[in-house]
Design a protein around this ligand. Structure first.
Ligand code: K1U
Ligand code: ZN
Length: 190
């Protein structure tokens, strides 16, 4: 286990033993598909995937990860924004935004499927999200700030939406060309 991980993170990182998965990178077409709902028949898929998704997210590092980013088209998200550097892992199954503010907030976003690309994105400042945890227990979370942005970003992934879709076509094309160039350079490196 990484030094300093508290028990709450360790709950998912026994998990530490779980191998991280490769993250799909834009323009992989899987990232544009809609993920299907998780059902009770997916219990063993979820039990195996959750630790692997946390291992992948922490290794990246990132503050969220949606199952389609690792090529699995189910409505499963993991998040840990580590408020005040305290681990706060969340597993969200079939998450849904059920209320949102009219007020918008602008925040810089990144995406593990668009490495090293960042842009200011405007989204509802506050959201209420309903979801189930990995045991099937229902929850509701109300969030603003980074967690609100992260919840919306991850739920977008379940619908094949990427943060670049909120940019003007000019800004989006600049960012996507920069990503393509950087990925090509990365591949060419010995
Ligand atoms: O879904 C993803 O691609 C993960 C993404 C989530 C996200 C970031 C910012 C705003 C909304 C959603 C990331 O985690 S990008 C990496 C990142 O933000 C980060 C990495 C290390 C430390 C802190 C943040
Ligand atoms: Zn993303």
């Amino acid at each position: 286990m990484r030094p300093g991980l508290s028990g709450v993170k360790a709950r998912f990182m026994s998990d530490t033993e779980a191998p991280p998965l490769p993250i799909l990178i834009v323009p992989d077409p899987v990232l544009r598909k809609t993920a299907r709902p998780v059902t009770p028949a997916d219990a063993s898929l979820v039990a195996g995937l959750v630790p692997q998704m946390f291992a992948t997210m922490y290794k990246a590092p990132g503050i969220g990860l949606a199952a389609p980013q690792v090529g699995i088209l189910v409505r499963l998200v993991v998040i840990d924004i580590q408020p005040d550097k305290v681990p706060a892992p969340m597993v969200l199954i079939n998450p849904e935004v059920v209320a949102k503010s009219d007020e918008l907030a602008v925040r810089e976003e990144g995406c593990l499927s668009l490495p090293d690309q960042y842009a200011e994105i405007s989204r509802p400042a506050w959201v209420k999200v309903k979801y189930q945890d990995e045991h099937g227990t229902k929850h509701e979370v109300e969030a603003d700030g980074l967690l609100a942005a992260c919840l919306q970003h991850e739920i977008d992934h379940l619908n094949g939406v990427l943060f670049v879709d909120y940019l003007s076509s000019l800004k989006r094309n600049i960012l996507l060309r920069k990503l393509a160039k950087e990925m090509k350079e990365r591949k060419a490196k010995p």
